[in-house]
Design a protein around this ligand. Structure first.
Ligand code: TYD
Length: 424
């Protein structure tokens, strides 16, 4: 890897989905550090790299894309992000396995390959159903953890080359899965080529990505960070896959991560009929204003207002002498804090259940990350709910904190304060 940090980010030249260069500028969030770039405590942070974080919309296929791509070797080789061991996520993974198996009649013994398989949590659900599984993940440490637990995992990026090699070594796959990884990849055409080679003729490629329409309509601007290169609509994906010999056959709209879509893709001439929901969702996107600049301008305006409201609320509470801590240290929390100009002057610490994050400090704001036990011993007056995508589970779990007078600030879609009474 080149030590010159300037060279770690490249400006995009054309739309990665359709090749167009006709862009609408949507939002620009400034020079921002990497959202999963947690730092050791007590270091000098002068060298911390920052990169432009801005979103544009392709006026041809309406892919929403970051303007700059950070080298994936910088982002993912030493990745600290581990799949959250939450009840919500465990239930969700079970559901994903059921949906894939039931809709496409996948029998026990079939080969299931997952790209970006992390610690193997999702593939373990397929193993419970006696599938043959193989993970592919460039994060070496995570691939080792997965293999250790019995989910064989290649420490690699998924590509046309690795797709081909997997087919040679393991045979064609009945299911290729990519949960929250497709939006992280720059060369999606290369991934599509790898999938085409690896999939059986009746195989299915299932990708789960955050749903761009939900992000726009629910003001989830903190999900914008350097790892998320693309923000997809069903329409954009359908057009993209059609150019690569593949066809979107089904879509399921899910609640996780602030609203996601599970998109099922087969070979263009494969046996799976295209279910009506695909066109229904594309029509809904058109009606919402997919092809009009106004939808994106409206989003940008709401983002500005939210940043302003949250900064003011936190400023007022601090002026009254209230203490504030972050609940959770998700990547999106770092976008929120950095782009609202908040720092460790306002937010004393964050609690997070991920041991790898505890003892480190957040990128950019340098707020220390503590364990949930520390939070119980030092309850702040207000918790800023950075992991708002788990708000139901967390507000339920934190009943005692609320009952004893603690409050939550839920920042998204619009900042609001939750008390014991309003949580009911
Ligand atoms: P996640 O939703 O995976 O978000 P992102 O993709 O933005 O990183 O992260 C949730 C974080 O919140 C994760 O670090 C674990 C933490 N967390 C808690 O600390 N307590 C909880 O009860 C839950 C559900 C999550």
């Amino acid at each position: 890897m080149d030590n010159n940090k300037e060279s770690w980010a490249q400006q995009i030249r054309e739309c990665r989905a359709c090749g167009s260069t006709d862009w609408q500028n949507v939002v620009s969030l400034g020079q921002v550090p990497l959202a999963n770039g947690f730092l050791e405590q007590g270091l000098s942070y002068e060298d911390e790299p920052r990169f432009p974080l801005a979103v544009v919309s392709c006026r041809d296929c309406r892919l929403l894309s970051l303007t700059h791509v950070v080298d994936p070797a910088v982002l993912f080789r030493e990745y600290l992000y581990v799949t959250s061991p939450s009840d919500t996520m465990r239930r969700h993974m079970r559901r994903v396995a059921d949906l894939c198996e039931e809709r496409f009649g996948i029998p026990a013994g079939s080969l299931v390959v997952e790209m970006g398989s992390n610690t193997g949590e999702q593939l373990a659900a397929f193993q419970d159903d006696r599938m043959r599984v193989l993970g592919v993940d460039p994060a070496r440490a995570l691939a080792a953890v997965a293999t250790e637990r019995g989910v064989p995992t290649l420490p690699d990026f998924f590509s046309a080359t690795s797709g081909e090699r997997i087919r040679e070594e393991h045979g064609p796959a009945r299911l290729v899965l990519g949960r929250h990884v497709f939006a992280h990849i720059d060369d999606i055409a290369d991934v599509a080529a790898g999938v085409r080679r690896l999939l059986r003729s009746d195989g299915v490629f299932a990708i789960e990505v955050p749903y761009a329409l939900d992000m726009l309509e629910r003001n989830e601007f903190d999900t914008i960070y350097h790892e998320h290169l693309s923000y997809f609509m069903v329409d954009t994906l359908a057009t993209f896959f059609a150019r690569h010999g593949l066809r979107v056959v089904d879509v399921e709209h899910l609640g996780v991560h602030g609203g996601s879509i599970l998109v099922f893709v087969g070979h263009q001439d494969g046996p799976w009929p295209t279910r009506p929901v695909v066109d229904q969702m594309r029509e809904k996107e058109q009606r919402a204003g997919l092809h009009e600049d106004a939808m994106y301008t409206g989003f940008a305006q709401t983002v500005e207002e939210t940043r302003h409201t949250l900064t003011r609320l936190v400023g007022e509470l601090r002026a009254e002498g209230r203490t504030i801590a972050g609940y959770g240290a998700p990547a999106k929390g770092n976008t929120l804090l950095t782009t609202c100009g908040l720092s460790n002057d306002q937010v004393e610490f964050c609690t997070d259940t991920t041991e790898l994050k505890q003892g480190k400090v957040l990128p950019g704001t340098h707020v220390p990350v503590r364990s949930p036990a520390y939070g119980e011993e030092h309850p702040p007056d207000y918790y800023l709910l950075l992991a708002w995508n788990y708000s139901e589970e967390i507000l339920r779990k934190e009943r005692d904190y609320l009952e004893s007078g603690g409050r939550f600030i839920v920042p998204i879609p619009r900042p609001r304060v939750v008390t014991a009474r309003s949580a009911n």
